[in-house]
Design a protein around this ligand. Structure first.
Ligand code: ASP
Length: 319
């Protein structure tokens, strides 16, 4: 009898590249963020060590972060300029290339679970707004009122952003008011890869604006031949560079390593593109087919971590 090749599972996550600057982060915030990252890593890794598929592990890790108001996804997500939460999420697996996504969802408690459910058939693959909510409800997922997602700090962040707009100081807004997303990438014991991403977008975004997080090939990508990754940062730039697919293509066609491909995109391409005006703050979490992890970011900090058989690591700023 032959046994499937056993791979040592790995899970990498991010909680957004809009981390609170080191000198403003209170010990309580620091502890809460690290604890939240640890919980997400442990939840996902438990599934991987039990032999579960990478696409379930990344869904679980992201769902744990959607429940945590520290992060801009699910409960505690950013508000759009009309004071409404419009949530985006996606999941992709790297074996058959199946994927699912929702954009502008308003009532799905865990948008990533709707994306995971859509991945089953991948047809439809991406549903938007009320249609996404209705589909999730019919699929039996937990539904909530839009106000469920609000927290006092997100309402204050919206007020600050609208005030900056009136003053004309939007460009000076701190990264933490602009960015936030959660994501995960994993390699399972069968050597399969998957990635998932979920976000509220950015504070005071226009109604109906969709970022990179639900766009396969931009904010989320997985291919067993190369890597799985989830991005965070200005979504428009990720879409314009098809960032997720570009990392994969550099590895597949140019023979770049995971570190080379992701560094080139985050530290060179996004920085250059950001100079044209939109701000190139960006980061990602990625795992390659050999279990290597990359967590590059070009902002002051990114909530991030990884776990494998050797241990667990979490960080916010440069350690
Ligand atoms: N990528 C997200 C978006 O553009 C936001 C972020 O990660 O900062 O919707």
């Amino acid at each position: 009898m032959t046994h499937p090749a056993q791979h040592s599972p790995v899970l990498a996550i991010h909680g957004g590249c809009g981390a609170i600057p080191r000198d403003e982060l209170t010990p309580e915030q620091n502890g809460a963020a690290r604890e939240a990252l640890r919980r997400a890593l442990e939840a996902g890794f438990k599934m991987l060590t039990a032999g579960g598929p990478a696409y379930d592990a990344v869904t679980e890790a992201v769902a744990v972060m959607e429940d945590d108001p520290v992060f801009n996804a699910g409960y505690g997500a950013a508000l759009n300029r009309a004071g409404i939460h419009e949530l985006d999420a996606s999941v992709m697996e790297g074996t058959a290339g199946r994927a699912g996504a929702v954009a502008g969802a308003r009532r799905i408690r865990h948008p990533v679970r709707a994306a995971r459910a859509l991945l089953e058939t991948s047809d439809p693959l991406l549903l938007i707004a009320a249609a996404a909510d209705e589909w999730a409800q019919q699929a039996g997922l937990e539904m909530v009122d839009n106000r469920f997602f609000s927290t006092p700090s997100r309402r204050e962040a919206l007020e600050r952003m609208l005030e900056r707009e009136r003053e004309g100081t939007l460009g000076a807004a701190p990264e933490r008011d602009k960015h936030g997303t959660v994501g995960a990438a994993a390699l399972d014991v069968r050597g399969h890869l998957a990635a998932a991403t979920s976000t509220g977008g950015y504070t005071a975004k226009p109604a109906g604006r969709v970022g990179d997080s639900p766009i396969i090939g931009a904010g989320t990508w997985a291919d067993d031949r190369t890597c799985a990754l989830s991005g965070t940062g200005k979504g428009e730039l990720f879409i314009r560079r098809a960032l997720g697919h570009e990392v994969h293509a550099r590895m597949l066609y140019q023979g770049a390593s995971l570190a080379e491909a992701t560094d080139a995109m985050i530290h060179v391409e996004m920085v250059a593109l950001g100079k044209s005006g939109s701000g190139g703050g960006a980061g990602l979490c990625a795992v390659d087919k050999n279990g290597n992890v990359a967590l590059p970011y070009n902002t002051e900090g990114m909530y991030r971590g990884w776990i494998n058989a050797g241990g667990l690591y979490v960080a916010i700023h440069e350690d």
